[in-house]
Design a protein around this ligand. Sequence first.
Ligand SMILES: [Mg+2]
Length: 309
Amino acid sequence: MNEFDLIQSYFNWEITDPSIELGVGDDAALFTLNPGHQLVTSTDTLVEGIHFFKDASPRDIAYKSLAVNLSDIAAMGATAKCYTLSLTIPELDKGWLKDFSSSLKESSKLFNVHLIGGDTTKGPLNISITMMGSIEINNPIKRSGAKDGDDIYVSGELGSAALCLKKIKKGEIPLESDLNALNRPIPHLELGSALKNLASSCIDVSDGLEQDLSHILKSSGVGAIIDTQELPLSDSVMHYVKDTNDWSLPLCGGDDYELCFTAGKSKRDKISAISESLGSRVTRIGEINSQKKLEVVGYTGPRTSYQHF
Ligand SMILES: [Mg+2]
């Protein structure tokens, strides 16, 4: 099987979006954005041994590769549209490819995005996706808009994926819910979109709340105070923290793919209405100030967020 047969067999699906004129199969793809919209694009790579275990299920890898990219689009308040896939595989394993591509196809349908092109190469397992989406011109939620006095919020719960990873590494069996948090993070596309005209800044929590919130603070030229007692935790993470006092897990653990955002105090009612209507947990965890540093109330121990290098 050559590269063209491989793409034809596993990665050429019907495109149902009429604004995508050309998808997989030409030199490049062609699609049109609605008038008055900007292209929003983001890339994320998952590498075997770094982002997932060597024996990870191809179905989970496909889902997560898509979800982490969609999470970045969600953090901008944008709508995801289509993506390219660069797939590097060590060997032509038809069973693996079948599982990977069927999961990618199902996940694409779930999130209403279309694969429009890419590349396949031989080498250590590596999945790189470039996601494209759109947003009304001048309407994205950037990291740079947080203001003194804004509330700081986070969606969902923190630390579950990190706790799962910790348990696996120790040879313990993680809870199903923590395993889902690690392997099947849910990108908050609807929440991101609903926050478009409300949030002053937003980021998705991929490397740990502390580090990702710090990106907002730096870009916005502000500081913040957050309270560990306010952090939204699952029962298992809450028990872990009670036993160990290790707040660095929910603060710095990473792989949460929750949205951390800021908004003026006058937006509180609107934000709780959105949270209720979407059925998405949103928790106020602190406040932006002018101190130019991040103060964490309730924990003084070591904190180390995920480092890429
Ligand atoms: Mg991000």
